[in-house]
Write a protein that binds this ligand. Structure first.
Ligand SMILES: *[C@@H]1O[C@H](CO)[C@@H](O)[C@H](O)[C@H]1NC(C)=O
Length: 209
């Protein structure tokens, strides 16, 4: 009976601690755009390679919008032309499908973005959606049916909250919802170092740095 009780207590405490750690995850928002060389480089060379070591300590928000803009109307314009706008919407749609309630893989967003932002990735997004188990018909339906446009309005709003009318540099990386130019600059070549500093070296990868 005593051991049963203490086990219950242990489990309760364990969950309390786990919840606290989860609540304290560092929020990392990545504002990027689909055909941007600097975004491709940051995601491919900094963020994705660090993900496995840091994933228990960070929570990533991907915002595929960058320096897109509208001239008053509904249509978006993009720094690298219409293909970039199309790519941003495809990523919004696929991320939305990935984040739908009940989708079990917590790493799917990172896997998908790493796939889609790899140099030379297939533009329709079909292969990368398939690689994380997303049925492409949801994506094409989202793009053609108006949801994609709504999701891009959301990405626009999120981007304008940190930079209006657009970020000075893409990608922009924001920690715990506050832009910091020094952290931004350093993130482009030392993402792990920045995160380690912000999480007070709590991840094993941080020791000895
Ligand atoms: C960040 O980088 C930009 C461009 O390289 C530079 O002009 C600026 O001075 C840097 N800012 C800080 C705070 O390091």
């Amino acid at each position: 009976m005593v051991s049963f009780l203490s086990k219950g207590l242990f489990i309760t405490i364990f969950f309390a601690v786990a919840t606290t750690i989860n609540a304290q995850k560092l929020h990392v928002a990545v504002y990027y755009e689909s055909l941007c060389g600097d975004s491709i480089r940051f995601i491919t060379n900094q963020l994705n390679p660090a993900y496995e070591d840091l994933k228990n300590h960070i929570e990533i928000l991907f915002v595929p919008f960058g320096k897109s803009w509208r001239n008053g109307g509904e249509r978006f314009m993009c720094q690298h032309g219409p293909d970039e706008c199309a790519g941003n919407m495809i990523q919004s749609c696929t991320l939305n499908a990935i984040n739908a309630p009940g989708n079990g893989d917590p790493d799917a967003s990172m896997k998908y973005v790493a796939c889609q932002m790899a140099p030379g990735a297939e533009a329709s997004g079909q292969q990368c959606a398939a690689s994380v188990g997303i049925d492409y018909s949801f994506v094409s339906q989202c793009v053609s049916g108006g949801l994609g446009q709504q999701l891009q309005y959301g990405a626009e709003k999120a981007t304008h909250e940190i930079a209006y009318p657009y970020p000075r540099f893409v990608p922009t990386i924001v920690y715990n919802r506050r832009f910091d130019q020094k952290l931004q600059n350093r993130s482009l070549y030392d993402f792990v170092g920045v995160v380690c500093e912000l999480i007070r070296n709590e991840a094993p990868v941080c020791s000895g740095r």
